[in-house]
Design a protein around this ligand. Sequence first.
Ligand code: SAM
Length: 231
Amino acid sequence: MNTVDQQTALEHTAHKRIKEVLGLDGNADRLAKFYRQWASTYDLDVVQYGYCGPIIVAELAAVVQMAYLPKERAATAILDVGCGTGLVGVELERLGFRLIDGFDLSEEMAEKARETRVYRNVRGDVDFSVPLSGYSASYDITVCCGVFTLGHVQPDRLRELARVTRPNGFIIANTRRSYADATCFADEVNRLQDARVLVLTHCLNDGRYVTEEDAHYWVFRIPENASSPEV
Ligand SMILES: C[S@@+](CC[C@H](N)C(=O)[O-])C[C@H]1O[C@@H](n2cnc3c(N)ncnc32)[C@H](O)[C@@H]1O
């Protein structure tokens, strides 16, 4: 096989995998099984797919820290929800963040994230489609990249991100455009704003995400007097 054929084959495999995972139904067992098998080639595959979500999410975290947070960047506590192999953590570390925790449904993905050595702590086998145990409202910034997407979690899990973020802290999450449309993500945002669980401070609509589709990048602040986001 020549180089061009090899490249085409790689792209084909990557697209097949990604199509398959987006077709899952949000069932945690099926997702965990899928990502267990994908962990070793995930990083290579998403490069083929033009995935730039992690860079944009990390850059937004840096801007938010600089603009609004009182602590030094290196002392700003970040939780990376659905951290996968650690692509977001690597970008955060490049930008000077040092207190980065992460968790993922898949232990195999989480192990890859640990191997990057940019996280303070990474937990695997953590499912945030149900209430999280062991995380309190202590994070200055909670990031969630590539998880509010087709076949993964429902918009109502945004409540859980709010629960683990401290008052006056921020959530940064992206939503693939077709996911946001299909799930009426903006309606959930409105519900949570009405309930004083969070405030939408910025939304970058139709930002670059993967070659075939854009995403919205959402920045939320947790109000000082937020009402409890318990469901
Ligand atoms: C597309 S990957 C994104 C990984 C990483 N954030 C990135 O941007 O490269 C989606 C990740 O979400 C995780 N995930 C899916 N459903 C989850 C759930 N219910 N709880 C925790 N993690 C979940 C998967 O295991 C996978 O690692």
